[in-house]
Design a protein around this ligand. Structure first.
Ligand code: RIB
Ligand code: CA
Length: 320
């Protein structure tokens, strides 16, 4: 029985690769997508989600737009990483379809309410939609089957030395999400930075026909060319682009590839230098139930075998 998911995202290069994975993996039923401002503005994240769905063969997946900016802070996009379009060097046909009516918050709460215990909520962008959904309907925290994010880090950040982009972009939303009462499955930089698409991976993507040459490779080529400001100096372009968001949907499909550790995660919102830091206490659960299970290990070879095998399925079904 496939796991039914809603994917809340900000496509975004790795969000696009996560959509392709979610569509292609037989163990995942991509029920719907909701979009949020993040890597690029809401209009672009929404258009990108529609375009990627149509391109990979998932046309008809409802894409419902959400928040156009963070709860309190000004929006800060990541065009310097994902390019003006948000899909790096990938140029896909403009979507024929339109966004679904309504707002992401209602879509999330009503879809999960209608199927308590059945829907896994996955978020791979800033947590603005999620924070407002669970504020509007606190029982969401009980109704979801699982709540999985790509975000945060028990160690270094990637936007500042302390903070990872999805959390940094809307720390107030992230803080509210971690206080909502559910146990968050956290795929943070501790594991996602190990998923760089190395040349051997890129070579296998090149064998995937148009999926590889028109989407995966041109998208990653842009991603690869950006160094991360908070990495070890001197800043050199990263050797390979980490496909952060794919880890969130890969966990849904194959949790055995990851090692999770119980923790209490709290989000810094007041720090001048540390805003958006996910302060991760691995000792807390001994005293009070933690609010997270944080991925601290990954079978990288197994991850790429799974991911490339899933993309092979997508490519075959595209039949081009
Ligand atoms: O830090 C990586 C995260 O920020 C990914 O979700 C990427 O898409 C960007 O949103
Ligand atoms: Ca993202």
């Amino acid at each position: 029985m496939a796991t039914r998911i809603i994917l809340d995202c900000d496509p975004g290069i790795d969000d696009a690769l996560a959509i392709a994975f979610a569509h292609g993996h037989p163990g995942i039923d991509l029920v719907g997508i909701t979009t949020v401002a993040g890597n690029v503005g809401l209009a672009k994240t929404t258009a990108n989600a529609l375009a990627v769905c149509e391109y990979v063969g998932a046309a008809g997946t409802p894409v419902t737009p959400g928040c156009a900016g963070p709860l309190l802070r000004p929006a800060q996009d990541a065009r310097q990483v994902h390019g003006e379009s948000g899909l790096g060097g990938a140029v896909l046909p403009a979507p024929a379809g339109s966004p679904a009516p309504g707002h992401a918050i209602e879509y999330i709460t009503e879809t999960v309410r209608a199927a308590p215990g059945e829907i896994t909520l996955v978020a791979t962008g800033p947590l603005t939609n999620i924070a407002l959904a669970v504020k509007r309907e606190p029982r969401l925290a009980d109704w979801v089957r699982e709540f999985v994010i790509m975000g945060g880090s028990a160690g270094r950040g990637n936007v500042t030395p302390a903070a990872e982009y999805n959390i940094w972009a809307d720390p107030e939303a992230a803080a509210a999400v971690f206080r909502a009462g559910w146990t968050v499955v956290v795929l943070g930089l501790d594991v996602t930075l190990r998923t760089g698409a190395i040349p051997a991976v890129l070579a296998r993507m090149r064998e995937l026909g148009p999926l590889g040459t028109e989407l995966l490779l041109p998208a990653l080529d842009q991603y690869k060319s950006v160094s991360e400001p908070s990495g070890p100096p001197p800043q050199a372009a990263r050797p390979a682009a980490p496909v952060h968001d794919v880890c969130a949907v890969a966990w849904v499909a194959a949790p055995e590839l990851f090692g999770l550790v119980p923790a209490r995660v709290q989000v810094e919102t007041a720090g001048q230098l540390t805003a958006g830091m996910t302060v991760t206490d691995f000792e807390a659960p001994g005293f009070d139930a933690g609010n997270a299970r944080v991925a601290m290990s990954i079978d990288v070879d197994g991850f790429w075998e799974l991911t490339l095998g899933t993309y092979q399925r997508v490519a075959a079904a595209m039949g081009r």
